[in-house]
Design a binder for this molecule. Structure first.
Ligand code: FAD
Ligand code: SF4
Length: 751
């Protein structure tokens, strides 16, 4: 079936947005992982009816469906050759809140920070505290069973999902929640897909109770496989709630339409203590003693990250504000308390009874210093990314977890494996729950490094199994780890997982190839040995720092910070439109796909690319805020030059390109220029000729430009008073249309 047929059929049934042109599909070909697969189409569903319509087309056409949130997944579960159902634009509302009983119903596209912002007035929050909270969605968190730094206190998403409304693969909509024995018996007798999946999960959990006890890692942090363990009464005591199998199922069993979430009170006070160590080993050995003091979190940073932070112009000051000397590892130990005293008591607790752990220099952190600690935590990954243009801190063994008491031995062996392969690796993360984020530095464009990646992944898988750990404690299986599920869980449980998948999704339409029956982890790579720059451009900028324009767009690793909708500047066009194509990531991906030949060369200066680039304000928000340092301002200027070369320079661009000269002339004849601009019809003419909205108030030209005012008033200003000079660079608008702004700026140093 052609893409056009698919588009037509989707458009006929879906009232939300449907996109199937190559550029739109390319925007959804990646998430934050190392993978890339071109989708079949993209649907931004308006409501349940749209989801049902898309699923009908998928069934009729035998094209898979992939539900998607913010696309921040790190294991590739949000990419696939499927119809992507994006919930973030429309299906993102808070449906019902009962603060007294502590629950809320929300749609899947709701972003975590936005939800918690709405709950703050009630002193409540949805507890799993993932780090991309400003762009990751509830649907994605449920899909991945996400959790964060404070999982010691709050557990994982599964611990906070009460009920779900789910569309099954046959289009039926079912409600999943805790059931009494009698209710469960009724479900088991249903003659429908719903009845069938209840029977399958119920039977498999009983048949495999012993194997589950034997093979499921006994860890707080295990998110791989299907949650069959949640249905074994002796294990979880959760009661039978089919929602538990949907949590962590990565969109492979059903489409979540709404979720009833448990809400918890916000912690009133927190306190942090810093432990600094001369070796990473000492830090790892201190984790268990720290846990005896019942902290909310113990976070670790290793020597590679600390060294990079110390050398960073931007972040060194933050580190220096709470760390003395040059330790090789840090533990940040955080406590919650109902009062400040309680939080501080917890913090002091680790020190008093037993003295500081060996090799450490304890340093308490005041509330004012917390901000610095947060900055240092945030700095780690971007600093690693900037280490070398070729080597990247790759995500493929990045979130395994082992029992905390075995963490030291595990990391020592982990490091040895990487070193045997001649690969540097950085460690940071949630020591309190035995979960270390590990980022080996590799160049996946190089065939040898892809082979090394695979070997390291296999050896770490064996190590994890030997330590009774979990291959994923946080980010899920996706395309990265599903291949290894059989070995981790054993033949019997893996076959049980496959049976669950077949029972829910007999035609294999829901995000296939994740958790079970997955392709090899080294297939479908975004950058693989075959990756090349297929469209070498003569560029106007040199792009020296990134080795060319392609390198500048490749900086984007898909982490999607540019999809935040509050705080900071990046990215204003996304904040307003909520369209992936108007985010920095969307633009970088569109350019990369053309430069790498995944899209035809003609797309570079085509109409779709113009639409993607058009709303970029060149505000430089991303230059300062993007953790991967994507500089879309420069890229847009470069792209615009190529676009104009292909299509000619429009009058509007010529006018603004010469705005300084034109403004000088208009200012010299200010009364006339202002009268002309104020005439009836001037707005309309400006709109027709130059594309400037007629609703915009046009600027008025000053009779006395800023520099003339500056000279005239020079004598009135006090001399320098021995202070260093301040240099003012007026932009092209300040002298002639905004001289008051310039004058105000001149007055500031004088005050
Ligand atoms: C820099 C960075 C830091 C991260 N830190 C953390 C962290 O601290 N903790 C953590 O747990 N994870 C972390 N992650 C991973 C990721 O952000 C989380 O798993 C997050 O919850 C994914 O949310 P999302 O909205 O982006 O989902 P997506 O990536 O869009 O989707 C995730 C999965 O859920 C499925 N899904 C989405 N919506 C639905 C639906 N309506 N119905 C059924 N299935 C659905 C998708 O098919 C997919 O399989 C991090 C990622 C990045 C890039
Ligand atoms: S420069 Fe463009 S891409 Fe970057 S934040 Fe501004 S509008 Fe977004």
């Amino acid at each position: 079936m052609s893409t056009n047929d698919l588009l037509a059929e989707l458009a006929a049934g879906v009232r939300g947005d449907v996109q199937a042109d190559p550029v739109s599909r390319a925007l959804y070909a990646t998430d934050a992982s190392i993978y890339q697969i071109m989708p079949a189409a993209v649907v931004l569903s308006l409501d349940e009816a749209d989801v049902a319509a898309a699923l009908r087309v998928a069934r009729r056409r035998q094209v898979p469906i992939l539900p998607r949130g913010g696309g921040t997944s790190l294991a590739g579960q949000a990419v696939g050759q499927a119809i992507h159902l994006d919930f973030t634009k429309y299906m993102c509302r808070l449906l019902e809140l009962n603060a007294a009983e502590g629950w809320a119903w929300v749609e899947p596209g709701m972003v975590l920070d936005r939800l918690n912002g709405l709950l703050a007035a009630h002193g409540l929050m949805f507890a799993p505290d993932i780090s991309p909270s400003n762009r990751a969605t509830i649907g994605g968190m449920i899909g991945n069973n996400s959790s964060g730094m404070y999982s010691l206190v709050y557990g994982k998403t599964i611990d906070h999902v009460l009920e779900l409304r789910v569309m099954l693969s046959d289009g039926s909509v079912v409600h999943m929640g805790p059931l009494s024995e009698e209710e469960l018996r009724a479900k088991l007798t249903l003659d429908s897909l719903e009845g069938r999946v209840y029977r399958t999960v119920h039977r498999l959990a009983h048949e495999h109770a012993d194997e589950i006890a034997r093979r499921f890692p006994r860890l707080l942090r295990r998110v791989g496989g299907y949650n069959l363990d949640a249905f074994v009464p002796a294990d979880g005591g959760r009661g039978f709630n089919l929602a538990n199998i949907i949590v962590g199922s990565e969109g492979t069993l059903g489409v979540i339409l709404a979720a009833k979430l448990r809400l918890v009170p916000r912690p009133r006070h927190t306190a942090i203590g810093i432990l600094a160590f001369e070796t990473l080993d000492d830090a790892l050995d201190a984790v268990v003693p720290c846990l005896e003091c019942r902290p909310a979190a113990v976070e670790l940073m290793d020597d590679l990250l600390l060294d990079l932070t110390r050398k960073s112009r931007q972040y060194a000051q933050y580190l220096a504000s709470f760390v003395r000397g040059e330790p090789a590892a840090l533990l940040q130990v955080e406590f919650f308390g109902e009062s400040e005293a309680e939080g501080l008591a917890g913090r002091d607790g680790w020190e008093r009874p037993r003295g500081p752990p060996a090799g450490s220099f304890p340093r308490a952190v005041t509330p004012a210093e917390k901000q610095a600690v947060l900055q240092v935590r945030k700095a780690g990954l971007p600093l690693l990314q900037s280490l070398s243009p070729d080597l990247r801190p790759e995500t493929f063994v990045e979130d395994s977890a082992v029992p905390p008491e075995r963490l030291g031995d595990y990391i020592r062996r982990f490091r040895a494996i990487c070193h045997e392969h001649g690969v540097r690796v950085a460690f940071y993360g949630h020591a309190s729950v035995g979960l270390m984020h590990a980022r080996p530095l590799l160049n996946l464009k190089d065939a040898a490094d892809v082979r090394t990646m695979r070997r390291i992944a296999e050896e770490i898988k064996d190590l994890v199994i030997a330590f009774g750990g979990a291959l994923s404690g946080e980010h899920g299986d996706g395309l990265l780890r599903s291949e290894f599920c059989r070995e981790l869980f054993g033949e019997a449980l893996y076959e049980a997982f496959r049976e669950i998948k077949r029972s829910f999704d007999p035609r294999g339409l829901l995000n296939p190839g994740k958790i079970v029956d997955a392709p090899p982890m080294d297939a479908n790579l975004r950058y693989g040995p075959g990756y090349r720059v297929a469209l070498p451009l003569e560029t106007h900028f040199r792009f020296r720092d990134t080795g060319g324009m392609a390198g500048a767009v490749e900086l984007c690793n898909g982490n999607a910070l540019c999809r935040k909708t509050a705080g900071g500047t990046m990215c204003p066009s996304y904040m307003v439109t909520r369209d992936e194509e108007h985010s920095t990531r969307g633009r970088a991906n569109a350019l990369r796909m053309v430069l790498s030949g995944a899209l035809p060369a003609a797309e570079l200066t085509g109409e779709r690319m113009r639409e993607v680039m058009d709303l970029c304000l060149e505000c430089k928000g991303c230059t300062g805020e993007c953790p991967s340092r994507v500089n879309m301002t420069r890229l847009k200027s470069e792209w615009l030059a190529h676009y104009h070369a292909a299509h000619g320079v429009p009058l509007r661009a010529r006018l603004f390109g010469n705005i300084h000269t034109l403004s000088r002339v208009a200012s010299a004849a200010a009364p006339l220029a202002n009268a002309l601009l104020g005439m009836p019809g001037a707005g309309l003419l400006g709109e027709r000729l130059l594309g400037i909205s007629r609703h915009r108030r046009l600027p008025r030209f000053a009779r006395e430009p800023f520099h003339a005012w500056f000279e005239r008033t020079r004598a009135e200003r006090p001399a320098g008073l021995g202070r260093p000079p301040v240099v003012l660079f007026p932009d092209p608008f300040t002298p002639y249309t905004d001289p008051e702004a310039g004058a105000a700026a001149v007055r500031v140093p004088a005050t």
